[in-house]
Design a protein around this ligand. Structure first.
Ligand SMILES: C[C@@H](O)C(=O)SC[C@H](NC(=O)CC[C@H](N)C(=O)O)C(=O)NCC(=O)O
Length: 443
């Protein structure tokens, strides 16, 4: 069976065969599923229960940093009870899930051929104590560089072998079509209540939600100017007992659009806030700005603008190679270069990158200071989270364009939200979060 899947999934013959089989395959699929139901009643559910039990008792099962978490991972056993219906849908998903995010041939091998539904059963027979998604052969692909593209092969899964080649162009095409949005920016604070007070009273943000994870000794607070399902927000992380962080020199500032910078600055002063640059126009452009600092020393640039749906409008990070950074965010992340400005008076070049116009969407501002190639990142600022429709394809595209995956795509233990994390060429971290899973988290 495994051999057949491999044969079918590698080559153009496979595509021809699979297209011929398409008409019949759907009914075979459902027929196969009823076989699965019978099989599951006898074997699969107990097997899943055994696997879950083994995982629960495993001491080295660590919770990886969530999109929202950057602190050291702490053990959190996975607890998931699969009722019959859930087990059934897992099996359907296993059959429907593409083997390689970009490979239609491999996808069809799982989706359309008559014997596809039986494949998970064959894997169960092997009796390996793997996560059920791995059992179904959806372990992410590891990439091997080739001259004209990337050969992707099943990594670490001894039960399946499949390979395909994807090109940078194919990846780019998908990335550009993916449904992406900046979700939140994550950073550490030393006193959550103090920061919440400052953001709500001085910056006009709302406290959207708070969650305490005592077993991992941290609390998160989400604040912003609108609900998380449609707005870019800040996610503050307070680690129990840590009241100081090093902001470093790499992080620049957060941008907040306000209708009257002077009024906002006056309010901040009245509340005892720190103003580091008085309101006034920026050299070369007419925009009135000011700089303030929050209780931890994070800089906020206040930008005078008309009413906007997204007042939390920028995250500025310094980069050491301007063109390399722009190219990465365009290709690997599918961002648009919204504007590029050289400011000899400030000895810097700035690029605004994002998923839509600056007046309606939060953007990433990349700043290159002439001659400065390296920055200290400190340990305060953490990452931006971006929504995607497919973390697996996202990770492949990032690898193709030179990003470093720091967390392979897949569901997080315990909550099942699928994420992948990566570093850009300057070492800035981004986490991509599955759009549907994220929406479920917010329910
Ligand atoms: C509106 C947009 O163009 C700006 O915000 S420019 C503001 C300007 N930025 C820089 O100088 C960036 C380089 C700087 N060396 C850094 O690393 O942050 C700025 O901050 N101007 C200061 C001022 O007082 O206007």
């Amino acid at each position: 069976m495994v051999g057949m899947v491999h044969q079918i999934s590698s080559g153009s013959e496979a595509t021809k065969f699979l297209s011929r089989s398409r008409g019949l395959s759907f009914s075979w699929f459902w027929f196969g599923e009823s076989l699965i139901d019978l099989y599951r009643a006898a074997h699969v559910t107990p097997q899943i229960a055994r696997i879950e039990k083994a995982r629960d008792s495993s001491t080295d099962e660590k919770l990886e940093a969530r999109p929202s978490e950057t602190k050291e991972p702490v053990s959190r056993p996975m607890m998931r009870i699969l009722p019959m219906a859930a087990a059934s849908s897992s099996l359907q998903l296993a059959a429907l899930r593409p083997r390689s995010p970009f490979s239609s041939a491999v996808q069809l091998a799982c989706l359309d051929i008559p014997f596809a539904p039986c494949r998970p059963l064959a894997l169960f027979h092997l009796g390996s104590a793997m996560h059920h998604e791995q059992l179904f052969g959806i372990k992410p692909f590891r990439l091997i560089r080739k001259a004209n593209g990337i050969e992707a092969s099943a990594a670490g899964n001894t039960t399946t072998q499949a390979s395909t080649t994807i090109s940078q162009e194919e990846a780019l095409e998908w990335v550009k079509k993916d449904k992406r949005r900046l979700l939140h920016v994550v950073y550490h604070v030393g006193d959550l209540d103090k920061t919440i007070k400052f953001y709500t009273e001085c910056l006009g943000m709302k406290l959207l939600r708070k969650r305490d994870i005592p077993e991992e000794r941290y609390t998160n607070a989400f604040l912003g100017y609108g609900p998380e399902d449609s707005h870019f927000v800040v996610e503050l992380t307070y680690n129990y007992g840590v009241d100081k962080y090093d902001i470093g020199t790499g992080f620049g500032h957060f941008g907040i659009a306000v209708e009257d910078v002077t009024k906002t600055v006056d309010l901040i002063k009245a509340k005892g806030g720190k103003v580091t640059r008085e309101p006034g126009p920026v050299n070369g452009v007419k925009t009135v700005i000011a700089f303030i600092e929050d209780p931890d020393g994070y800089k906020f640039q206040l930008l005078e603008r008309g009413p906007t749906p997204e007042p939390l409008c920028q995250v500025m990070l310094h980069v050491g190679d301007f063109d390399r950074a722009i190219n990465f965010y365009e290709k690997a992340f599918g961002m648009e270069l919204l504007c590029k400005r050289d400011s000899p008076e400030y000895k810097c070049t700035i690029a605004m990158m994002g998923y839509g116009p600056e007046d309606k969407n939060a953007v990433l501002e990349l700043t290159y200071n002439y001659g400065v190639k390296k920055y200290n990142k400190g340990n305060a600022y953490a990452q931006i989270a971006i929504g995607t429709d497919d973390v697996y394809k996202t990770a492949e595209a990032i690898k193709l364009y030179g990003g470093k995956i720091t967390r392979e795509p897949g569901p997080l233990p315990g909550i099942n939200t699928k994420i992948t994390a990566c570093l850009d060429p300057d070492g800035w971290k981004t986490v991509f979060v599955d759009n549907i899973d994220f929406a479920k988290e917010l329910e």
